[in-house]
Design a protein around this ligand. Sequence first.
Ligand code: UD1
Ligand code: MG
Length: 455
Amino acid sequence: MIEAIKSRKALAIVLAAGEGTRMKSDIPKVLHEVAGRSMLAHVLAAVGGAQVVNVAVVVGPGRDDVRAEAERLVPGAQTFVQAERLGTAHAVLAARAAIAGGCDDLLVLFGDTPLVTRETIIALRAALAAGAGVAVLGFEAADPFGYGRLIRDDAGRLMAIREQKDASDAERAISLCNAGLMAIDGARALGFLEKIGNSNANGEYYLTDVVELARAEGREARIVVADESEVLGVNDRIQLARAEAIAQMRLRRAAMAAGATMIAPETVFLSADTRFGRDVLIEPNVVIGPGVEIADRAVIHSFSHLEGAKVGAGATIGPFARLRPGTALAENARVGNFVEIKNATVARGAKVNHLTYIGDADIGANANIGAGTITCNYDGFFKYRTQIGENAFIGSNSALVAPVKVGAGAYVGSGSVVTKDVSADALAVARGRQMEKAGWAAAFRAAQAERKEKK
Ligand code: UD1
Ligand code: MG
């Protein structure tokens, strides 16, 4: 199908001017996140995946945050303000200047319908490539109430879309509904849109009227059918959670299809941008936030939390490890239980196995970081770096007060507070010296016992 659309110029208009009242939020609806990125980002990713280069986003008044997100996601995206919400066709016409630029395929998508796939958008475009004047995304609704119904003639051809409020009882019995997304012949789009009026039960300009207008010109109106889960619109936090669940299921499937093993996939949470190598093993109860790459054969043990981290081939993490943004673990690095790492590199084969905080640090190859090691990276105002050379050995319960360097092959005695650089291959011990008084404890006990007896 992709071949059929390759040479066609497409413009996608994403409607995002809704107020999102039911979200009860200070954040605009389309910036709420699903699988670690905004709903708008999901829609724009699907659009990009369907070879659509030109993008216009219609936002509500004063929504500079949505505008900025659109421009960040698609450099060169145009944004338009819909000053008053007068209906979906009115919203599309807010982007009139973009439409007037001309295209073969005009796509209309909703910013609050984040699960639409590139394949579906390609199918809509392919319908136009095959000659349709308009292609509409439909779905079989479990509960059709509130949706526009797809009205077909006896031959099954789409004739019109009727909104709930305007529909007759017979029309309301139809369960094939309009998902809202559509593709319109770019050459006629502006002509159709300008003809749309607002004489309906809502007094709104309905985008759905395009179907009858296209039919009136003898053009074919096609239906592309999607699963209801793909066209879920998010209006409140309950629907947001539903969208999240569907997105997670898809991401887990894709990860497993790409060669990652998940023992209990339903307990693993991924982000839309999580990248896996082959033969990665993810144990139950792992949370992976945005910006994580996990290379071949890495093992993520249970209850680990990763965000903004790169995990090298063959590395093992956790159980109960936390990798924060800026962590880069090289091949075969080992990070054990109750270890937190942020903004740090851990070179090949290095081990940070227990109860440790590593922040703003570079750990050399095959270094061993003992249990309870802390990099003291912050003085309340600034952050400082700790550098540990390859093959260095940091004894347990040491504090490394940054900025500080421990040379390659050096040892740091357990319990040290290291405030000065340590030379390569040296031993640094920075703790109270041990002393011993022979027989002291026995003498102390005897003296105390005697005192007690006399009382
Ligand atoms: C629309 C469809 C309906 C379909 C349903 C699917 C029309 C006339 N109706 O109805 O057939 O079954 O979606 O969910 O298209 N928006 C704006 N500006 C506006 C109006 C809407 O930006 O002036 C945006 C909204 O933020 C939303 C989308 O367009 O993202 C759809 O608007 P909404 O009001 O939800 O349309 P429905 O009445 O649900
Ligand atoms: Mg709606």
